[in-house]
Write a protein that binds this ligand. Structure first.
Ligand SMILES: C[S@@+](CC[C@H](N)C(=O)[O-])C[C@H]1O[C@@H](n2cnc3c(N)ncnc32)[C@H](O)[C@@H]1O
Length: 273
């Protein structure tokens, strides 16, 4: 079963290439993420995933570097806040909760559209202190199902570009308003990457595209008086990706990174409040 045969529609299908990249990473001699769940889930979804058009091409490794950066930040936060509530938004089939394996004092919420959550329930095992919410992230009623009064960690990997700026603003503001303290981490694309996404062959095939882009994502801190920009993690120029990727991928990204607009076409950013 290919991602096209899963019953997923539009933007939901974008979870496929990211999952495939994570599965292929796990087959590298020295993986970046080393996610055995991704390889297992990908094989369950599509046993021939490595025999199709792009075979075992590791061109998607940059998405794996992004996942690793989000994991590293999340581990840091949870080490200091073992009583946190985690909001993992637009989770797709990502196995972050199993990779991080947080203590029972953490309550973890994975949120994506209902069809995606149904697939998660088929392929990923249940665990204590872990809730899956099948909902549109923009319908903020889901926030009522989450305990408040504790530190929050909001992770949105590969989600933000699919939201409109107005919806993103409502989401970030609502999360900051709902919790006493927390960390928000997500990735954004540049204005140019947003505008040109209508030509991206994969997004076109899935019938979706980006709806927002930022050249200065740090400025989003201005959206809420309690929000502070912390820092950015490297993505297209991730040293770990460039060190571990096969030579053809390394060459491509070294070339691409010579153009600042391409190097900064996508950014991973962290905020606190
Ligand atoms: C590129 S995939 C990333 C999946 C996962 N975060 C990962 O990195 O493997 C984007 C995900 O965001 C989800 N998504 C996009 N817009 C959404 C929305 N408005 N509400 C809930 N989920 C959304 C899609 O269904 C998809 O699973």
């Amino acid at each position: 079963m290919d991602v096209d045969d899963t019953g997923l529609v539009g933007v939901q299908k974008t979870l496929g290439p990211v999952l495939r990249a994570k599965a292929l990473d796990n087959r590298l001699p020295e993986p970046i993420l080393g996610d055995r769940h991704a390889e297992r889930v990908m094989s369950g979804l599509d046993p021939d995933y490595d025999k199709r058009r792009f075979g075992t091409s590791q061109m998607g490794l940059v998405a794996v570097a992004r996942a690793k950066a989000h994991d590293d930040w999340a581990r840091e936060f949870l080490a200091v806040h073992p009583d946190a509530v985690v909001l993992h938004l637009g989770c797709g089939l990502d196995a972050r909760v199993y990779r991080l394996d947080p203590p029972a004092t953490v309550d973890w919420f994975d949120l994506d559209y209902p069809a995606v959550v149904e697939l998660r329930e088929r392929f990923l095992p249940p665990r204590e202190h872990h809730t899956q919410i099948g909902a549109a992230v923009t319908d903020l009623a889901w926030l009522d199902r989450v305990p408040k009064g504790r530190p929050v960690l909001m992770i949105a990997e590969g989600l933000v570009p699919y939201l409109t700026e107005a919806d993103l603003r409502r989401l970030l503001t609502a999360v900051v308003d709902a919790f006493p303290t927390g960390q928000l981490q997500f990735d954004t694309v540049s204005v140019r990457a947003w505008r040109t996404s209508k030509w991206d062959p994969t997004l076109r095939r899935y019938g979706t595209g980006f709806h927002c882009g930022f050249d200065d994502p740090a400025a989003l801190a201005k959206w809420h008086p309690r929000l502070e920009y912390v820092d950015e993690a490297p993505m297209n120029d991730s040293p770990e990706m460039l060190a571990k990727a096969p030579a053809n991928v390394r060459r491509l990204y070294r070339l691409l990174n010579l153009v600042p607009a391409l190097r900064r076409s996508t950014r991973i950013v962290r905020f606190r409040f």
